[in-house]
Ligand binder design. Structure first.
Ligand code: FES
Ligand code: FES
Length: 180
């Protein structure tokens, strides 16, 4: 933890989407406000302020957290991933592609949080059942879609990620055979 500076401000240094940011902030600042207002990353939404909706979900050291329930100072020294960190340049992440292809959003308010939660699910469970997907996103509320299209979007991303990991495995195998 970085220390306070004696003027009611507190030094915080976090890595967000691979970039380090250091700020002096009011220790009561919530992580969601820090991300949106200090860093200008407004893809992280605020939907309720009562820790129910999940619109503010980000990954903190890879774990989904509702960033309206975390003080920014608690994230000091840690890694955060927001929706802005999903795409690789102009190339959409498979979960983004899934939401696009399967029409997994309407107003889009819940979408960043949904996608980050789903990304973490697919990291630990590359082939989830429909029930597992529904359980994983149960902390993220959507008022528009009825969830079916979101589930299809996650299934699309799961298949795509499995396909690319099979391709990577095959190419590793080929390299090993060539260098053996
Ligand atoms: Fe954080 Fe709703 S704004 S859970
Ligand atoms: Fe509108 Fe989910 S798309 S809240």
């Amino acid at each position: 933890m970085s220390g306070g500076n004696g003027a009611g401000r507190h030094a915080v240094a976090v890595t967000v989407n691979g970039t380090e940011h250091a700020r002096e902030i009011d220790p009561r600042t919530l992580l969601v406000h820090f991300i949106r207002e200090e860093l200008g990353l407004t893809g992280t939404h605020i939907g309720c302020d009562t820790s129910h909706c999940g619109a503010c979900t980000v990954l903190l050291d890879g774990t989904p957290v509702k960033s309206c329930t975390v003080f920014a100072v608690q994230a000091d020294g840690h890694e955060i991933r927001t929706v802005e960190g999903l795409a690789d340049g102009n190339e959409l992440h498979p979960i983004q592609e899934g939401f696009w292809e399967k029409h997994g959003l309407q107003c889009g308010y819940c979408t960043p949080g949904m996608m980050l939660t789903a990304t973490e699910l697919l990291r630990r469970n590359p082939d989830p059942t429909e029930a597992e997907i529904r359980f994983a996103i149960s902390g993220n509320l959507c008022r528009c879609t009825g969830y079916n299209k979101i589930v299809e979007a996650v299934q699309y991303a799961a298949a795509k990620l499995r396909e690319s990991s099979d391709t990577a495995d095959a190419s590793d195998q080929e390299t090993r055979e060539m260098t053996a």
